[in-house]
Design a protein around this ligand. Structure first.
Ligand SMILES: Cc1cc2nc3c(=O)[nH]c(=O)nc-3n(C[C@H](O)[C@H](O)[C@H](O)COP(=O)(O)OP(=O)(O)OC[C@H]3O[C@@H](n4cnc5c(N)ncnc54)[C@H](O)[C@@H]3O)c2cc1C
Ligand SMILES: Cc1cc2nc3c(=O)[nH]c(=O)nc-3n(C[C@H](O)[C@H](O)[C@H](O)COP(=O)(O)O)c2cc1C
Ligand code: SF4
Length: 657
């Protein structure tokens, strides 16, 4: 396996080829001091076997803070916390580099009142905020601040530093002619546009001496007027000449939701999407390169090294989803990898200034993250008094609860009322690009099989069979049911079908290919129905009562669907509600008054689910202790379902002491 082979990076020999990509977490204190939470999160990934960790983007001065709770390094007061973090990573034979960042024109007044600044006057397309052009003395000060921040990293014990020159931030803005309109020595020719970065490398080298410097660059901008392959190769070669130890390859710009998709890619982007751009850069330089971008499995990673497109693999979200990815890939931990499903909930959380969470890994950023707690089955605990745990419902929440409870050594059964397991997963994977969501179920299903958990299908839960099983704890995971139409549709012609989105996703042939139809409800499910039917030639009309469709979706994934719906001619009526139905017509209340539209072949209701708890009175009458998890507790998503299941099962550790 090439990914398991050691390789040189600057003065170091890394023990394998997997590097953790820099990813903001919002786990530090509100004034940016690295906390125990940071330390445990990074240490767990070091324990999990990565050869090197690049810690998240750290602002280099107080005026360029990027998130409310990001790790900071703009003062010596940050050195002690960072020092503890470094020790906890290095003791696992893992190198640690720190990424230094200046968001430039993407600084936000909405986040800590930061002033957007850049090479030239500009308007940030993401926020609409004006960007002020930097004066030369300010540029010199920024370079000094980077050097001082690098010095602090060195004093904290870091193995090296990276300059974040990718993703639309300051150094990227200076490099691209799209944004840089300067006429002084920092604008114009390609040499001038890379001057800011090269001078900063030199300042760090001057101040820090023997301390490896890396640069992260975007291999392409994915937009009209963006820099060319020749220019980015020229930049890579100039960085090599400047003594940079390795290049870290990313893509795109975070300046707008459209372009941000190319930095933190949704599932519509192919796996290994940056590899084709990395290859010519790798061929043009003699220093190592590393590349990120939807590399999810060991096979994805191995194939990039085999093709000679990169020297190292930079894994981002894959390591949120499974801290122990490397050891599992190398066979040192014998359990399946929890694959990232590219849902981008982690990034959405950061964008909303919350702490990062992972849908697949309920323990990320908590003190619960360890091999022992993630994979309790490997520790073979012989409990003196195993408890009898009954899980009702075999959706994702029930499966996670059963996986963990069985792994802890308890006696577990799952009772499922239907003959198919997985609950809503079949609906969730129905729309285009949603097949990547499968591992939310398949990972857990494989584990249930390995653990030999008894699963009974077609079960009707009764007081009698509950008493006969005599569970110590019942975990109710019965999910949700679709909410019926809020509007009386009885006036519709018999020729206009009345359907629910769930039925339609389960059986798309209910509507003839190409037939137009109407969807009541523009949440995620409504727009996924429209997206699926666009591939079948049907342009739907979506009626949404609020002013926004699918606000619950992560923006990098949402924008993808919205662009497709626009291209497919899907009509979205916002701030509109259906009042009544007559013949083939729907009467609407819009912001401008009343209106009527032709319903088309069907009216499809997609207004969200409601908790399914009909089993609860039965469980109560049988006198069982119980807990509700997943959608039956509160209709939500995979994250709430998996979290609930995981923590409900974990509660067994203390519940019956
Ligand atoms: C179209 C669609 C797309 C979605 N896409 C996403 C997405 O991209 N990301 C995301 O995070 N979330 C998504 N969701 C939401 C997500 O699927 C649900 O939140 C999640 O599956 C809920 O899991 P659960 O285990 O709580 O419930 P369910 O999946 O509903 O499972 C409940 C199980 O309990 C069984 N059951 C019910 N009553 C009984 C009973 N009395 N006895 C025994 N068994 C019973 C059911 O048959 C079912 O198997 C989507 C949902 C839909 C409908
Ligand atoms: C929540 C989140 C935060 C991120 N923060 C940073 C960051 O601080 N610096 C950076 O260069 N890239 C950042 N990235 C981008 C990742 O480093 C990586 O390039 C990207 O996620 C694609 O790789 P992946 O598919 O392996 O996740 C972030 C990504 C995510 C999901
Ligand atoms: S939240 Fe989603 S995209 Fe982010 S790491 Fe977890 S599974 Fe992957």
């Amino acid at each position: 396996m090439l990914i398991a082979q050691p390789a040189k990076l600057g003065p170091y020999t890394l023990k394998n080829r997997i590097v953790m990509a820099p990813m903001g977490t919002n786990f530090s204190s509100t004034d940016g001091i690295s906390t125990d939470r940071d330390r445990r999160y990074y240490e767990e990934r070091a324990i999990g076997g990565v050869a090197m960790i690049m810690t998240e983007a750290m602002p280099t001065s107080e005026g360029v803070r990027n998130h409310h709770n990001s790790m900071n390094v703009y003062h010596d007061r940050y050195i002690p916390g960072l020092g503890l973090l470094v020790e906890s990573v290095q003791k696992h034979d893992c190198r640690i580099f720190g990424q230094l960042s200046h968001r430039g024109g993407l600084l936000r007044r909405s986040v800590l009142g930061m002033e957007p600044v850049g090479p030239s006057p500009w308007v940030n397309p993401g926020t609409g905020e004006p960007v002020r052009a930097l004066k030369v003395d300010e540029i010199k000060d920024i370079q000094l601040k980077f050097a001082q921040a690098a010095r602090r990293l060195k004093q904290a014990g870091y193995d090296g530093v990276e300059i974040h020159a990718a993703n639309g931030y300051l150094f990227h803005e200076f490099f691209t002619e799209r944004v840089n309109k300067r006429t002084d020595e920092y604008g114009g020719s390609v040499e001038n546009r890379m001057r800011l970065l090269l001078e900063t490398v030199a300042r760090i080298q001057d101040l820090c001496g023997d301390f490896p410097v890396l640069a992260r660059i975007s291999v392409t901008e994915y937009c009209e007027g963006g820099y060319s392959t020749e220019e980015v190769i020229a930049l890579a070669q100039a960085l090599e000449r400047a003594g940079v130890a390795a290049l870290d390859l990313s893509g795109g710009s975070n300046e707008s939701p459209e372009l941000s998709r190319f930095c933190i890619q949704p599932p519509s982007m192919p796996r290994k999407c940056l590899e084709p751009y990395a290859r010519p850069i790798k061929q043009a330089v003699n220093i190592p390169v590393m590349v990120a971008g939807r590399i999810l499995t060991p096979l994805d990673a191995e194939s990039i090294l085999e093709a000679g497109s990169s020297d190292f693999i930079s894994l981002g979200r894959a390591l949120y989803a499974d801290a122990h990815w490397c050891k599992k890939a190398f066979g040192e931990i014998k359990a399946p990898i929890r694959e990232c499903i590219s849902c981008n909930v982690c990034f959405e959380r950061l964008t909303l200034e919350q702490d990062v969470c992972c849908v697949q890994n309920p323990a990320v950023g908590t003190e619960f993250e360890s091999v022992e707690l993630a994979e309790p089955q490997l520790f073979n605990k012989k409990l003196t008094k195993p408890k009898r745990v009954l899980v009702i419902g075999a959706g994702v929440a029930g499966a996670e609860a059963a996986r963990v409870a069985a792994g802890l050594g308890h006696q577990v059964e799952i009772w499922e009322s239907s003959d198919r397991l997985g609950g809503q997963i079949y609906l969730a994977v129905a729309a285009p690009d949603k097949e990547e969501v499968w591992p939310a179920w398949t990972y857990r299903w494989k584990e249930l099989e390995t653990l030999d958990v008894a699963i009974k299908r077609n079960v009707t839960v009764t007081e009698e069979n509950l008493r006969a099983y005599a569970p110590d704890l019942v975990i109710v995971a019965t999910g949700s049911r679709p909410r019926p139409s809020p509007v009386d549709l009885s006036g519709l012609d018999a020729g206009v079908q009345q359907l629910h989105a769930w039925d339609l996703l389960a059986n798309p042939d209910l509507i003839a290919r190409g037939a137009p139809f109407t969807i009541i409800g523009g949440g995620m499910v409504g727009i996924e129905v429209a997206d699926l039917f666009a591939t079948r030639g049907s342009a739907a009309t979506i009626i949404e009562i609020t002013g926004k469709v699918a606000p619950e979706m992560a923006r990098n994934n949402r924008i993808d669907i919205l662009l497709r719906l626009k291209q497919a001619g899907v009509r979205t009526l916002l701030n509109t509600s259906v009042q009544s139905a007559r013949g083939r017509l729907l009467q609407l209340k819009t912001a401008d008054g009343l209106a009527e539209i032709d319903a088309g072949a069907a009216v499809v209701t997609a207004i969200g689910p409601r908790a399914e708890r009909s089993v609860v009175p039965v469980v109560e009458r049988a006198g069982c202790e119980y807990v509700l998890v997943g959608d039956c507790n509160a209709p939500g998503d995979f994250m709430s379902a998996i979290r609930d299941g995981y923590f409900a099962a974990m509660s067994l550790r203390t519940r019956y002491r």
